[in-house]
Design a protein around this ligand. Structure first.
Ligand SMILES: CC(C)(COP(=O)(O)OP(=O)(O)OC[C@H]1O[C@@H](n2cnc3c(N)ncnc32)[C@H](O)[C@@H]1OP(=O)(O)O)[C@@H](O)C(=O)NCCC(=O)NCCS
Length: 287
């Protein structure tokens, strides 16, 4: 789509990943290369760029998780803001996801983004609270080992049960991401009765750790195992919804401190989910 004589919106291609990531990094909005490379190769993702004479001045990524579409990494180079390009990128992602079956759209908004998305019909659904704690050292190990009991490395046969738990927890179908990233090194599983899975964490290559667990105790087992693995020099980050008051209180007791918070916004059909089963994200353009 040609927005005006200078700006073209088009799907992001693998060849665009380096210039897009460089543009974002040059404005201190984080290291996005690995995520953008993933998005250009994943059928469920709809990555877009705004292009001016071959130079990338804006980005956005949508992800289709069943009937739920995520929108993220909406970024405009500062000199191109206020011209309607951010809105056009967001709308083009909504259109692409909708034509593939999305009925609900969700995103995590910055302060700049919130103004734009409110004008586009998004409403605040809840808030994410991101917390951090140091890993656990030798002094804490025996109690922590007991707390983390039952958590084991991922096995390929876990995938269906993980996807089922994930669907109940998030209200989305993220099997395509779980299948891409879950390996015995990157994922831990807490088995449940009869071949079910009661909790899991799957790390993405860029560092996020999607975590879903059916109860507070099961989530704490997974988080404690992560802290043991990180060791005393490491740090562990979790992301909860503010609806999960019991989880936030337990994590504060366990030494987690708030590091970041932002609204989650929604547009479209309401979703059936369990916000208190969610303890970590892949990132905010996938969920
Ligand atoms: C948020 C961002 C993508 C908006 O892009 P943009 O191209 O400047 O936005 P647009 O020009 O398309 O503006 C769309 C609408 O939002 C409004 N808007 C956008 N930014 C605004 C701001 N900072 N304050 C008030 N209104 C704002 C515009 O007035 C416009 O409203 P209108 O369509 O009714 O006229 C851009 O500011 C940006 O890259 N920010 C840094 C990264 C970021 O925070 N991204 C959002 C991630 S959730």
């Amino acid at each position: 789509m040609i927005l005006n004589t200078m700006v073209t919106l088009r799907p992001m291609l693998p060849v665009d990943v380096d210039p897009a990531a460089d543009m974002i990094l040059s404005h201190d909005w984080g290291v996005r290369r690995e995520f953008l490379a993933f998005a250009t190769g994943q059928a469920a993702c709809a990555p877009m760029v705004a292009d001016v004479d071959g130079a990338i001045v804006g980005t956005g990524v949508g992800t289709l998780n069943g009937s739920v579409g995520w929108i993220g990494t909406i970024f405009l180079s500062p000199e191109w803001r206020g011209e309607g390009i951010g809105r056009a990128i967001t709308q083009s992602i909504i259109d692409r996801l909708e034509s593939s079956g999305a009925r609900t759209f969700v995103l995590v908004a910055t302060a700049d983004g919130r103004r734009l998305y409110s004008k586009m019909g998004f409403e605040v659904q809840t808030r994410y609270r991101i917390l951090e704690a140091p890993g656990l050292g030798s002094g804490d190990r025996s109690a922590a080992n007991a707390a983390a009991g039952g958590v084991r490395p991922f096995e390929p046969g876990d995938l269906d049960a993980m996807a089922a738990l994930d669907r109940d927890g998030t209200g989305e179908d993220r099997r395509h991401v779980l299948a891409r990233f879950a390996t015995p090194d990157s994922a831990r599983v807490l088995p449940g009765p009869g071949g079910t899975v009661d909790g899991f964490v799957v790390r993405a290559p860029w560092g996020g750790g999607a975590t879903v667990a059916r109860s507070l105790d099961r989530a704490m087992a997974i988080i404690t195992e992560r802290r043991l693995k990180a060791g005393p020099g490491g740090r562990v980050r979790v992301g909860l919804l503010q609806d999960n008051e019991a989880g936030l209180a337990r994590l504060a007791e366990a030494g987690f401190a708030p590091s970041w918070s932002a609204p989650r916004m929604i547009r479209g059909d309401p979703m059936a989910w369990h916000p208190d089963w969610i303890w970590g994200q892949f990132n905010h353009a996938i969920g």
